[in-house]
Design a protein. Structure first.
Length: 262
């Protein structure tokens, strides 16, 4: 399975769906993280926050992409949609994790809305819970029993936030996993709102169907609005490199029509 997790700032992904991503990794799935900003406004220097995010991605075994947007000013229009769509389509994502729109932070809300446009052809899009969430009403839970300590290790990689941001509270993260586990009738869980979720209850039957008779989890390319292979090469960044996916690097950003028409 190909998994894409999108966050507005370094540490957002780990806090929201770190346990689920660890479960994906342990299942052999391929994980790509797209972080829209470098978190320059929050505690910690910008270079430090980049290093912390690279460390967390390395611990997880994930590929890392940067959106290149300004902290505090993530857009939800064509530029952000284009940047996210390049990564989603370039990886062939089967499932996408992103922020919830039920959040007090404008970057989180904008990232969620942009993801909904960029992942409009992906059959599984789940919205994770952030410390700044309000009115969050989950309906899907991922069992992370036994994985919370590993999730906390991912969060600890963001040391500047653990020490300097009151919202990044390790005890609260563990307690939340227990509470969501209780809701899900499990020991520990992560909670998600559903933007879209296709459940294939008989996957062995699906593999027997002719390819033309069923929709893939995500379209490989939209022939009427393609992102080029060069765009994907720029978007897919190995953990630890300094490459960025910016609206300039995206090449086709600004020329794509991202409005859903069907």
């Amino acid at each position: 399975m190909k998994v894409v997790a999108i966050g507005a700032h370094p540490d957002d992904i780990e806090l929201g769906c770190g346990g689920a991503l660890i479960a994906h990794r342990d299942a052999g799935d391929e994980i790509t993280m797209l972080v829209m900003t470098s978190g320059a406004i929050g505690p910690g220097a910008e270079a430090e926050r980049r290093r912390e995010q690279e460390d967390a991605a390395r611990i997880l075994g994930a590929s890392l992409c940067w959106g290149g947007f300004a902290d505090g000013a993530v857009p939800d229009g064509v530029d952000a949609v284009s940047a996210i769509q390049i990564v989603v389509e370039g990886t062939g994502a089967d499932v996408v994790y992103t922020h919830s729109v039920h959040d007090t932070h404008q970057d989180h809300r904008a990232t969620a809305r942009a993801t909904f446009g960029a992942a409009r052809r992906v059959s599984r899009v789940l919205c994770y819970e952030a410390p700044s969430a309000v009115g969050f009403e989950p309906s899907v839970f991922v069992d992370v029993d036994g994985l919370v300590d590993a999730k906390l290790d991912l969060v600890r990689a963001h040391l500047s936030q653990v020490l300097g941001c009151g919202l990044v509270d390790l005890d609260a993260v563990a307690a939340q996993a227990r509470f969501r586990g209780f809701q899900a009738r499990s020991a520990q869980a992560e909670a998600f709102e559903v933007h879209r979720f296709l459940w294939d209850v008989a996957p062995e039957r699906s593999t027997e169907r002719p390819a033309a008779s069923r929709q893939p989890a995500t379209a490989a390319w939209d022939a009427s609005d393609p992102a080029t292979p060069d765009d994907i090469d720029r978007a897919r960044v190995t953990v630890g490199t300094a490459a960025h996916l910016t609206t300039t690097d995206a090449g086709t950003a600004g020329t794509h029509e991202m409005t859903e028409t069907r």
